[in-house]
Each structure stands twice: as C-alpha cells, then as structure tokens.
Design a protein around this ligand. Structure first.
Ligand code: AHR
Length: 333
C-alpha cells in the first residue's frame, strides 16, 4: 500500500513537472510571437529561394532582400541550392522558429503537401512566388504572385507564326531549350508555346531538352543539337542564361544567331537585350524578377491577418527586333 502511494506521488510529480515545462514553453512561444509584432511593427518572414542559377534569380533575391530591409521586415533567408529537400528543411526550420509568414519559390510543382500542412498546423500563412505548386488542398497556401508562364510561351509561339508568315518552307524546325524539369515555369512555357503552334502542322519541335536554366547547360546542349541538325529554323530558349550559352556555341562554329537561326528567349536581362540590339536574338519575352516590393507587401498583409488575392501576375513586356530598341531602359541586371 505504502509502495503504491509512493508510485502515485511520483507519477503526480512527473505530470506537474511536465505541465510546468509545457506552460513555460508555451509562454516563451507566445512571448516571441508578440515580440515580432511589437518590435517596431516589424515582422519576421522566412524566405526560401531555390538558388542562384541565373542572373534573373540573383536579381529576384536582391529585390526581396531590399524590399524587406526598406520595410523593416526581418528576413530569414535560405538558399536551397537547387534541391527540393533543402527547401523542405528550410520551411521546417521557419516553422520551428515561428516566423510570421513563409514565402517560398518552389523549385518544382509537386511534393509540398506535408510540409505545408505542418505550416498550417502551426498557424503560419504561406505565400508562393515565381513558380506555382500542385497541392491537393488549395487552402495550404494563401496565394501566389509571379509570372504567367503559359502566356510567355504563347507569346513565343505567336512571334514564330508572325516571323514565318511569309515563308513558303514546308516545315519549320524548332529546337527548344527546356528549363528545370518539373518546374511550373518550364511546363507553362512549353505548354503555351505548343498551344499556339499545335494548330499549325508545319511547325515541328525536332529537339527539346532540359538545360536546367543554366548557361553552361545551354552551351552543352547547343554543341549536341548543332551536331545533330543542320536545318534548324528556330531556337526557343526558356531563359536568357541558356540563350547566352547557345550564342557562344553557335559563334564558335561560325554561325550567326538571330540571322541563320531565329532566336527567342525569356527573361530580358541586360545581356539578352544587348543581344537583341546586336541582332543575335529576335524576340525577348520579359519575366519580371523585381517582385520584392509586392511580395513584402503581401507578407505584411498576411501577418496582419488580412486575406490576399489568390493569384497575382506581375507586369511583363515583350521586346521585338522591330521595336525602337533605343527606348528600352537599362534592365539593372
Ligand atoms: O522561375 C523563373 C526562371 O528561373 C527564370 O526564367 C530563370 O532565369 C530562372 O532561373
């Protein structure tokens, strides 16, 4: 009987101790949350970027960092170095740190359901930017802001149709440099392009491979497709980085990009605009990386408990070889 009493009192002490510890933890978590909000009105945003694969990406990161610092927002930044598992780890660390809002650029569309469920369970709103995701429950994230990639693809297709409208060639051979496999932007750029050209059977995509949005891969793929084909009419590149690699490979072979082969590229970094001015590229479709101010504004609204638009596309232009190119303002990256 005495032994049983002793056991019960030990159990009771353990329960009391557990309650004290958990209430202390709860207090400190509560305190931390309140301190975000009382700290000069500033909030803490966890920002998971996919890497630094292109000039576009570096500009995008800088834009978010500068906008955060202008608004007094504390940015917890993580560079995932092109790995989804690194991004998932970063998101989990933001949850453990109890940031006010999570912003992330998903490298690929799939595989986010579990970690976003964890964010939701922790009460942290999530903003998806630049690339889209596919999740079963749309309520797992608050909204998306970024580029309209199918529209970029359609614009590329429309340019090709226009460029060859007077040509009587029976078949127009197209090479496509695809972005990162499984990324929404590469899928959108490919789908939009096909949507326009599929109705016109003389346009044939004879080669399509992923260059991962990297200049070095663009160069390697060009070496391959220039060896395989000598009757390419069009090169459609999903980003400027790969385009610059292709231009280098073509020029090494004495080919004239933009003249021997029609060239369309996406992003509009300064080097691509320079190539357009020099006639090495025929059409540049803008993908706007300077989304920092809008991202931070949306994050602030989420932190304040407001709702935000589900889908927000940023302003983007198309630059054609026939435009007055002297009017293009310096791109800044
Ligand atoms: O997701 C946007 C794309 O990713 C840009 O077109 C490209 O340059 C970047 O690396």
């Amino acid at each position: 009987m005495v032994r049983r009493k002793k056991q019960l009192s030990t159990l009771f002490s353990i329960i009391i101790l557990a309650m004290i510890i958990s209430s202390l933890l709860g207090c400190s978590a509560q305190k931390k949350r309140v301190s975000h909000i009382e700290n000069n009105g500033g909030i803490i945003v966890g920002f998971s970027q996919i890497g630094a694969e292109s000039a576009w990406r570096t500009c995008n990161t800088r834009s978010v960092q500068e906008a955060a610092s202008r608004r007094g927002v504390q940015l917890v930044y993580d560079n995932a170095e092109q790995k989804q598992e690194n991004q998932i780890k970063a998101l989990r660390s933001f949850i453990a740190y109890q940031v006010d809002v999570i912003v992330f650029v998903p490298i690929v569309t799939d595989g986010w359901d579990n970690v976003l469920q964890e964010a939701r369970d922790a009460g942290i709103p999530v903003l998806v930017t630049d690339r889209k995701i596919d999740v079963e429950d749309q309520g797992l994230y608050a909204g998306f802001i970024g580029t309209d990639s199918p529209k970029e693809g359609r614009n590329a297709g429309l340019f090709v149709l226009d460029k060859f409208k007077e040509s009587d060639k029976e078949q127009i051979n197209i090479v496509e440099l695809f972005g990162t496999e499984g990324s929404s932007v590469a899928i959108g750029r490919a789908d939009g392009f096909r949507e326009v050209l599929d109705e016109h059977p003389r346009y044939r995509i004879i080669y399509s491979k992923s260059g991962d949005f990297l200049r070095s891969r663009g160069y390697e793929l060009a070496v391959e497709f220039l060896d395989l084909y000598d009757d390419i009419d069009v090169i459609y590149s999903h980003n400027d980085g790969m385009t610059l690699g292709v231009i280098e490979a073509m020029e090494e072979r004495g080919l004239r990009p933009g003249k021997d082969i029609v060239f369309i590229t996406i992003d509009a970094q300064q080097a691509a605009i320079d190539a357009l001015i020099e006639g090495k590229v025929n059409c540049v479709i803008e993908c706007n990386p300077k989304t920092g101010p809008e991202i931070i504004e949306l994050a602030e609204r989420l932190a304040a408990g407001e709702s935000i638009p589900r889908l927000q596309y940023v302003h983007e232009e198309v630059f054609y070889e026939t435009d007055d190119l002297s009017l293009i303002a310096p791109r800044g990256y």
